[in-house]
Ligand binder design. Structure first.
Ligand code: ADP
Ligand code: ASP
Ligand code: MG
Length: 408
């Protein structure tokens, strides 16, 4: 039976013409097998970063509309190149920019959300026998302005297109063989996970495993899109992201993540009275800054120290706002740190097991790693530590929770 297959290739997989030729091999093979193929591409590795630095040279605070126009060119390039290669090999192939693929987003430049997809152009092309090559990471808002979907956003383009076309599978081709128990670049004992639930994958993405963009997993979970994360450099089966089933590996901890992208802000000696937290966090929310962890320590004299974390991207703005608020509410000092890392352990099995937090703290203590902040949910525990211990912490926790070996 003819299936619809969405294949997404990340930056390293399309890094040069040689690699795009290899992508063309794989795409044409799927087409020759009789499938209808939609390819979603990232920009060549490093191109989005270079475009961002070009923009910063052009203007200290680049206009956000124009920045999106610029960043979208990275994916425009690879989509056109792949379509050209396929056409030159005698295949019918056509590139589509985000707006041509019917991807409608809200107006948040730089991290727009997909509102809906009008798949008619792509479907028409598929029915006419074309391979559809879509530029990832981009869409257009209601005024027709080009938007981009946030770093790593091509994953979300692919899953959203797969969902709107009711594709049989969304294959995410990347530079690792699948989703691992932790980042294989940090821990050489990391193991490939054969199947992972949407829920665990979402936590892993939120907590720093960049193998899938957070929103792509939210999308896949909401619309039940079968996602297969696999290597673009070999034929091995990768990782299926799926709903929980009874026969899944019954491990307590399924993965470890590390996020180096947060910064810490502490307001010292905040008056301990109603309304103070609202005064601090309302202006941050108004500036669209997402606050992650929040911790308050009450001193014996009735003051409290209030600490929270934000992403490094939001740090400068958050510090500016916090320093202003500190003066208003009578906090004498704002202390900040950017050399922090958040390490997390994740697993559905934690719902029914106690002692995971204690085991995590003990493992870190054994390596003399000091924990600065802690937060927990039903299926994860996160600790903020000094950045220089991040890799050691990941490896230590990987061993401590038995992830170095295959589960029995
Ligand atoms: P692409 O350019 O294909 O989108 P990314 O660089 O965005 O690829 O994501 C793949 C990278 O994610 C891997 O190279 C790996 O270093 C990193 N990564 C972090 N955590 C994990 C994990 N748990 N499993 C697999 N890869 C991970
Ligand atoms: N090129 C974009 C980025 O580097 C989007 C993507 O690769 O998914 O973030
Ligand atoms: Mg990516």
């Amino acid at each position: 039976m003819m299936a619809i297959r969405v294949q997404k290739y990340g930056g390293t997989s399309v890094a040069d013409i040689d690699r795009i030729n290899r992508v063309a091999d794989r795409v044409s093979k799927a087409y020759d097998e009789g499938d209808k193929v939609v390819v979603v591409l990232s920009a060549m590795a490093g191109v989005t970063d270079s475009l961002i630095s070009l923009a910063r040279k052009a203007a200290p605070k680049p206009d956000t509309r124009e920045l999106d126009v610029l960043l979208a060119t990275g994916e425009q390039t690879t989509a056109a190149l792949l379509a050209m290669i396929l056409t030159s090999r005698g295949y019918m192939a056509k590139s589509f920019l985000g707006f041509q693929a019917g991807i409608r987003t809200d107006k948040t430049s730089g991290k727009a959300r997909i509102l809906d997809i009008d798949g008619k152009n792509i479907l028409n092309a598929l029915h006419a026998g074309y391979i559809a090559v879509v530029a990832g990471f981009q869409g257009a808002d209601e005024d027709g302005d080009i938007t981009t979907l946030g770093r790593g956003g091509s994953d979300t383009s692919a899953v959203a297109i797969a969902s709107s076309l009711k594709a049989d599978v969304c294959e995410i081709f990347t530079d690792v063989d699948g989703v691992y128990t932790t980042d294989p670049r940090i821990c050489d004992k990391a193991r490939k996970i054969k199947r992972i639930t949407y829920e665990e994958m979402l936590e892993m993405a939120i907590l720093g495993a960049k193998v899938l963009q957070i929103r792509s997993v939210e999308f896949a979970k909401k619309y039940n899109v079968p996602v297969h994360v696999r290597s673009s450099f070999n034929e091995e089966e990768g990782t299926m992201v799926v709903n929980e089933t009874a026969d899944m590996e019954s491990v307590v901890v399924s993965g470890i993540t590390c996020d180096m992208n947060e910064a810490r802000i502490t307001l010292k000696n905040v008056p301990d009275q109603p309304g103070t937290s609202a005064k601090i966090f309302t202006p941050l929310a108004e500036a669209e800054i997402c606050v992650d962890m929040i911790i308050q320590n009450t001193q014996s004299n009735g003051d409290t120290d209030l600490t929270f974390t934000v992403t490094k991207d939001d740090f400068a703005k958050a510090r500016e706002i916090t320093e202003r608020v500190a003066k208003e509410i009578g906090s004498p000092e704002v202390v900040t740190a950017t050399d922090i890392a958040k390490v997390s352990v994740i697993g559905l099995g934690m719902k029914s097991h106690s002692g995971v937090a204690a085991a995590m703290f003990q493992a870190l203590a054994n390596e003399n790693i000091n924990i600065r902040l802690i937060s927990t949910s039903e299926i994860r525990i996160s600790c903020v530590i000094q950045a220089k211990y991040a890799e050691l912490a990941v490896r230590t926790l990987h061993t401590a929770f038995g992830l170095d070996q295959e589960p029995k």
